[in-house]
Design a protein around this ligand. Structure first.
Ligand code: ZN
Length: 205
């Protein structure tokens, strides 16, 4: 019920104000987040909550299955604003185990528009078919695919003209890949961080 939601909002605002009287006036006059988060729309993986961050501390873009499409104007606009206006230097692509979007990408059923959206994940499952064949069960297969989707997302973000331009100008930005587990509430580092030096190495290869 919307009325219940509005009541909860009033209670939250009151509590925040009582904990820190200048809280809202401080947030209203400045936005200086240190992280840009690209995550899944799944309601169980809200960036601020799982990362233990307050409002104002993380700039967020979310979509179904945290797919990084190189032509997604929504994501690119947020990314450019994060890098150039907010001067964020830590970018996180975060996936999660048990992702419904990743599961849909592995099914032979029609799901509608989302099937177009999930095409990059299907492509990944074909590219890594040999590696994924070692998965002992479907759940492990999907979770490994969710990890690959994050690693691919990190690579795609780092290849955007926005990041390439920033690195060319000597800006120190890192793009990290994390995966969240719904089972224990923990974020794991997939150790696929790309920074300026990695980017240069890749270009030289
Ligand atoms: Zn998901």
């Amino acid at each position: 019920m919307l009325s219940e939601l509005l009541k909860r909002n009033v209670a939250w605002s009151t509590l925040r104000n009582s904990n820190e009287p200048n809280y809202f006036s401080r947030l209203a006059t400045q936005q200086a987040p240190e992280f840009f988060w690209i995550g899944c729309s799944d309601s169980r993986v809200p960036a601020n909550v799982v990362a233990g961050l307050d409002p104002g501390e993380v700039f967020v873009h979310r979509n179904v299955a945290n797919v990084v499409h190189s032509s997604d104007m929504n994501l690119l606009t947020a990314l450019e604003f994060a890098v150039e206006a907010l001067e964020i230097r830590e970018i996180i692509v975060c996936g999660h185990y048990g992702c419904g979007g990743v599961r849909a990408a592995t099914e032979d059923l029609p799901h509608g528009l989302v099937d177009h959206w999930l095409e990059p994940i299907r492509r990944l499952s074909r590219s890594y078919a040999v590696d994924l064949a070692h998965a002992p069960d479907k759940e492990t297969y999907r979770d490994r695919l969710a990890e690959l989707n994050v690693i691919e997302g990190v690579r795609r973000v780092s290849e955007t003209p926005i990041l390439q331009r920033a690195w060319k100008h000597g800006t120190e930005i890192r793009v990290h890949g994390l995966i969240y587990s719904l089972r224990d509430g923990l974020l794991r580092d997939l150790n696929c961080t790309i920074d300026e030096s990695h980017s240069r190495l890749e270009a030289a290869e």
